[in-house]
Design a protein around this ligand. Sequence first.
Ligand code: SAM
Length: 246
Amino acid sequence: MHWESYYVKPENVSESELLLVGEEVHHLVRVVRKQKGDLIWAVDGLGAAYQVSVVSISNSEVWGRIIKTRRRIGEPVAEVILAQGILKGDRFDFLVEKATEIGVRKIMPFISKNSVATAGSQKIIRWRRVALAAMKQSGRSWLPEITEPVSLDRVLVMGSNCHKRYIAHPVTGSSPTPFPPDRKSSRTAQKVMIAVGPAGGFSDNEIEEALDQGFKTVGLGPRRLRSETAGIVLCTLVLSQLGELE
Ligand code: SAM
């Protein structure tokens, strides 16, 4: 469903009306010049979408009366969590935007042995803004959580709460492990953890540890992909295998 939507903070939604504030108001008032009585859609980032009729509009606030509520518009049933080694520059911004468009539910930036980039609060705030814009642009209603940076150990432990766990790793020697083709016939609420290394890749010990924790290594072909490319490709393969790209 391709639609224009605006973000409403969950705490600004009541039984019958909602309040839009901040940058959303600027766009509504100055750019698309909405008027009283116009119908717009607002999403709360927790899977709810509200069609509202604008009842009052000012330079700082837009109040809307809720006409109808839809749940999970634009959302996969499966919950894909992407744990990605932190990347330099704006490469991680790019990854956040694409993973959000594709339908990832949570993104966990991690630090591992070969990490050369870290992330302070400013980067996290920026990534969360990228995810918000990508959620609206792609017609989703769930705002992917961008966690604070975690250790790879934490990622591997979190993976134990998932139905499936994959770690992307170039397979040398024997043919790359083809992505398991077992296409699920119906979309199920599976939780899948994907781990993709930083630019310097995973150490042998980290791969061993992941295998010990039940992760499956996945080769993505004989070419070496940039980390962000590998993250996007693997998310796409997993969501496609789960029937979420139809
Ligand atoms: N020198 C590193 C190595 O050989 O692992 C290269 C790391 S690569 C730039 C960054 C990450 O992307 C890797 O840790 C892996 O998770 C993923 N990746 C890149 N190419 C891949 C491939 N062909 N198959 C599987 N994973 C790949």
